[in-house]
Design a protein around this ligand. Structure first.
Ligand code: HEM
Length: 225
């Protein structure tokens, strides 16, 4: 097992599997967050957030996701450092621009920027909801729940800086995904010229949906409030 994980394909496989988890999570997370746009009273978003917070399946998936995220980051750091150590003298510069994208050459930098965003993001919301329990509650349809809408909308209505940081986070994430999504499928064996171009297109569409979807939310609050 350990020799598989240190083999070249094992390393990529591991990054792909943990990456897949995160890609599914993002679609679900975006779906719930978009409820913020359809009901300014907050009822819809509060119901969505409450469902996510109390559903037993989600409760099992959440720690798996957190573990996946941590392993994805640790492994990416390990791969980047071992690659740098294996090649202390840089290769003579060749023009890589023709054969690779900017995102594919800067996955570690993009991942690190996403991590900075994520730490900030967890402190903004998750920490208050799940750790310090400092979010006031509200009654929705006779059920008492945390007013997650007020917490999120409160931040986006009052801070342009945070709105811009969330848009930047969404753009970094989109760039990271343009390469990550495509590369994950390649690693599990979907390759060949036809599949390569199809997957590349699907990856681009997925990345654009995620980047635009997450950016629309702060933009909505900037424009409307
Ligand atoms: C407009 C953008 C976003 C909003 C409004 C938002 C909102 C939230 C909220 C309210 C929570 C706490 C949920 C709970 O614990 O019940 C949360 C958690 C989280 N968010 Fe976001 N989020 C946004 C963008 C992102 C992005 C771009 C990422 C990925 C880079 C992300 C990753 C996470 C993670 C990993 C958690 C902790 C796990 C969880 O609670 O499900 N979020 N987000």
């Amino acid at each position: 097992m350990s020799s598989f994980l240190t083999s070249s394909i094992g390393k990529k496989f591991f990054m792909s599997i943990t990456g897949f988890f995160l890609m599914v999570f993002l679609v679900v997370h975006l779906g719930i967050n978009l409820l913020l746009l359809f009901d300014d009273t907050g009822v819809l978003f509060n119901l969505g957030a409450h469902f996510m917070g109390t559903n037993p399946i989600i409760k099992i998936v959440e720690p798996v996701l957190a573990l996946g995220l941590i392993l994805h980051m640790l492994y990416a750091s390990y791969l980047t450092i071992t690659n740098m150590m294996a090649r202390p003298v840089k290769y003579k510069k060749v023009n890589l621009r023709d054969s690779s994208t900017w995102a594919s050459r800067n996955m570690f930098i993009l991942g690190s920027l996403i991590l900075i965003f994520l730490v900030l993001h967890i402190m903004n919301f998750y920490w208050k909801l799940k750790v310090t329990h400092t979010v006031p509650s509200v009654m929705v349809d006779g059920v008492e729940m945390e007013n997650a809408y007020e917490m999120v909308a409160g931040l986006f209505k009052t801070s342009l800086v945070y709105n811009l940081l969330y848009i930047a986070g969404a753009i970094f994430l989109g760039l990271h995904l343009t390469h990550g999504f495509w590369s994950a499928f390649q690693t599990i064996g979907w390759s060949g010229d036809l599949w390569r171009s199809r997957l590349y297109l699907v990856a681009k569409i997925y990345a654009i949906i995620i980047a635009v979807g997450f950016s629309i939310i702060p933009l909505y609050f900037i424009i409307k409030f």
